[in-house]
Design a protein around this ligand. Structure first.
Ligand SMILES: [Zn+2]
Length: 64
């Protein structure tokens, strides 16, 4: 299990919407907007203590 560094939710790597290699580590994302937000400012997300989805994030319904 990996953690989406943008929204801090757990992501199963095989099911991640996106993955990014940054500074030798691979990060997995629950959604494309999370990946885009991370790429726009990776250091902010790696250092930020709070969890929040970026604008445009749409949660998947549990039954999908
Ligand atoms: Zn996310």
């Amino acid at each position: 299990m990996a953690m989406d560094p943008v929204c801090r939710m757990n992501v199963v790597p095989e099911r991640a919407a996106a993955e990014v290699r940054y500074q030798g580590e691979v990060f997995y994302f629950c959604s494309i907007p999370c990946k885009d937000a991370f790429l726009a400012n990776p250091r902010m997300y790696l250092e930020r203590p709070i969890a929040e989805h970026p604008p445009g994030y749409t949660p998947r319904k549990p039954n999908e």
